[in-house]
Design a protein around this ligand. Structure first.
Ligand code: C2E
Ligand code: CA
Ligand code: CA
Length: 669
């Protein structure tokens, strides 16, 4: 009994559409929207036909009086369905609609079967046959129309066929009893077939919704992958790939709307020294903190990405009146110290800015231009902002021309090495020469070394040039007495490349030159870029017996610490100090560097001596070695060789015959 009650409850729950899959409910409503109006039309036409055949045999209140309100109700329901056909339902609304449909189907079935069976009492066998046929055909039609809502189909079938069966069984007429049984059985079979169809339908919906859930999952996963592939792992900012994608989009939008936007490249100042001093872990934490600070800057429209290393890209939808302010805000924001653990680290940022379309119309051109402007910012003063201008364009074009001329240059033919004497005070004897490269390009004429060296560094040709220049210099200096020294400039790329160092030592060996005769000159900035690699290369040169000089001393920013940390023998004071010798600050710097070198047992060379008075002043300061136009400009070796051959002097100065040990302390130049 209990089982029976439970089953009945389950059936009632099912019939009233209590538990229904939301996707399935929506799909059922969609199907019913087309089928139920058909059901009502079928019902009405059949009812009107029966009413018509009974017009003379049945009372008017049955054929018209009752039929009209029934038809009105049916029309009303038909209109409700037609009007709500395109409504976008929520799953809950769909379930409610299904429930209402089951109830309405039951109510309408009761009304129609009651009305039809009441007509059966009138007319002859033909009219009665028509009623039996009307009920049978209509119920089958309705069950078909309700195939997507089996609850309603079952209710209609039970409400119609059970009274139909009871009615005809009660009349004790074989033919009608047979018809009623027949219809009942047919309806059962049809229901079974409909259920099969319904289950296939619900399986289809279920698998379709599973498929679309999977599809959504895949789409989410793809979106996340896409996001990750465009995000920088360290700072969580968008990465280089995203930057260039956005740059392309900005170009497209600006081209179609005739608008302007800014592309910027930001480079952190002093990041490399922090990395070198505190290690990569602190460096990474600093970058993460920089990323977080950049993300906090919420300037409308500003987009910042990490391009790699300590370089960041900026996009800003504004012209020269607004974008520089935005870039300034970013640089200023990075000026404030960063707290990394117990360390308070101050860095800064320099920025180069270029505008679309003025500076270029392609991503490549715009990025190149803003990078060029950044390069100028870095070269002028740190923490500054440079806007790419027409002047830069002219310079950049000439740089490009130099690049291409350098690429195709015949080094042995177009390049020369000139030599400038290094002179010992007070008796003004030549102790050695600094080799300085010269280039006369057949296309561009004479290009100053600081220009082409920079281009060669940037385009990766410097090592090739260094080897060639050094070979030329060594071959020539080999013709001079054994104690005459050679100073040779190395660039950052040279002193971080073990291969170049090995080649240089090889050239010394091949030419059978005493390595002590060679002093390699390097600047602080060339060491900072890659400190560890530079130090190991410098040790390799030093261990082979060569000397090292710190060039352009005083122009860097941490000079004194490098004096202690690098394995150097000699300091070359930058010529800007001599030029301002009358300025007490510059004068004081030279005096203290000369004294410092003496106490650290380093050789000191003061560069850029142009006037007699400067030489006198340096002599009074106890300066040991000097170099400058006063004594000689850099000259081709042939001139030097001829002069020595003729008079034993260079530019009127005698060559030293012996190196006084106390002058060259650690026997460097
Ligand atoms: P540097 O190593 O500081 O070379 C000294 C520069 O000062 C030379 O310029 C020289 O001509 C100039 N100079 C010498 N005495 C005086 C003076 O009394 N007054 C003035 N105003 N200038 C003086 P230069 O030859 O134009 O070379 C410029 C820079 O190019 C060099 O500066 C060096 O950094 C670089 N360079 C030259 N040759 C080479 C090379 O073979 N390899 C590398 N890596 N760099 C080189
Ligand atoms: Ca030098
Ligand atoms: Ca120098």
């Amino acid at each position: 009994m209990r089982i029976f009650i439970d089953k009945a409850k389950d059936f009632a729950r099912w019939t009233l559409v209590r538990d229904c899959d939301p996707e399935l409910a929506l799909a059922q409503c969609k199907e019913l929207n087309f089928q139920i109006p058909l059901l009502y039309v079928l019902l009405m036409l059949n009812a009107i036909a029966v009413s018509f055949t009974h017009r003379d045999v049945a009372p008017t209140f049955l054929t018209i009086g009752i039929l009209v309100p029934i038809l009105l109700l049916t029309i009303f329901r038909l209109l409700v369905w037609v009007r709500s056909r395109h409504d976008q339902l929520t799953p809950d609304q769909a379930i409610n609609k299904l429930r209402r449909t089951v109830i309405m189907a039951s109510v309408i079935s009761v009304i129609y079967i009651t009305w039809s069976l009441s007509l059966d009492s009138y007319g002859g066998p033909t009219e009665r046959g028509h009623v039996a046929l009307f009920i049978a055909i209509t119920v089958i039609g309705c069950i078909f129309c309700l195939m997507h809502l089996p609850q309603a189909a079952i209710m209609v079938m039970l409400i119609v066929t059970v009274p139909y069966l009871v009615h005809y069984l009660g009349q004790n007429e074989d033919v009608y009893t047979a018809i009623a049984l027949n219809i009942f059985l047919v309806c059962l079979v049809i229901l079974k077939v409909l259920f099969n169809g319904y289950f296939a339908f619900s399986d289809l919906i279920k698998s379709r919704s599973e498929l679309s859930a999977k599809q959504r999952e895949t789409e989410l996963l793809n979106a996340e992958n896409e996001r990750l592939s465009q995000t920088d792992y360290l700072t969580d900012l968008p990465n280089r790939r995203h930057f260039f994608k956005r740059l392309d989009q900005h170009i497209k939008e600006a081209a179609s709307s005739d608008s302007v936007f800014a592309v910027g490249v930001i480079d952190l100042d002093q990041f490399k020294p922090v990395n070198d001093t505190y290690g990569h872990q602190i460096g990474d934490q600093l970058l993460t903190a920089v990323g977080a600070r950049l993300e906090e800057l919420s300037l409308p429209g500003l987009e910042i990405s990490r391009l790699g290393g300590d370089e960041f890209g900026l996009l800003f939808p504004g012209g020269p009146d607004t974008a520089p302010l935005a870039a300034r805000t970013v640089c200023d924001g990075l000026q404030q110290p960063f707290q990394i653990g117990d360390l308070s680290i101050s860095i800064g940022a320099s920025c180069g800015l270029a505008f679309y379309p003025e500076a270029g119309e392609t991503a490549h051109a715009l990025f190149d231009r803003s990078d060029y402007a950044l390069y100028n910012s870095k070269a002028s003063s740190r923490g500054s902002l440079t806007i790419y201008s027409a002047d830069h364009e002219a310079k950049m074009r000439s740089t490009k021309a130099i690049e291409s001329a350098l690429q195709s240059a015949n080094i042995r033919e177009e390049f020369e090495v000139h030599f400038q004497p290094i002179v010992a005070l007070p008796d003004q004897k030549v102790v050695g020469f600094e080799a300085l490269a010269r280039w006369t390009s057949p296309k561009l004429g004479s290009i100053p070394p600081d220009v082409f060296i920079q281009v060669a560094e940037r385009t990766g040709q410097i090592q090739r040039l260094t080897i060639q220049f050094f070979t030329m210099a060594i071959e020539q200096i080999n013709n001079l007495p054994d104690h005459i020294k050679l100073g040779f400039n190395l660039s950052a790329h040279d002193i971080t490349s073990p291969e170049t160092v090995a080649r240089l030592l090889d050239i010394i060996k091949t030419n059978k030159i005493n390595p002590k005769r060679v002093t390699f000159e390097l600047t602080e900035t060339s060491v900072i870029g890659n400190y560890d690699a530079a130090v190991s290369c410098l040790h390799a040169l030093r261990n082979a017996g060569c000397r090292l000089a710190l060039d352009d001393f005083g122009t860097g920013y941490s000079s004194l610490s490098y004096l202690h940390r690098l394995p150097i023998d000699c300091v070359k004071v930058d010529r800007s100090f001599v030029a301002n010798l009358s300025d007490p600050v510059a004068n004081g710097v030279i005096t203290s560097v000369v004294n410092l070198c003496q106490s650290m047992q380093l050789v000191c060379v003061v560069e850029g001596v142009e006037q007699e008075s400067q030489a006198e002043a340096l002599k009074d300061m106890n300066c040991q070695l000097v170099q400058g136009f006063l004594f000689s400009r850099p000259r081709p070796f042939s001139e030097i060789e001829t002069s020595i051959g003729n008079s034993g002097t260079v530019a009127g100065l005698p060559l030293t015959s012996e190196i006084p040990e106390d002058l060259l302390r650690r026997s460097a130049m």
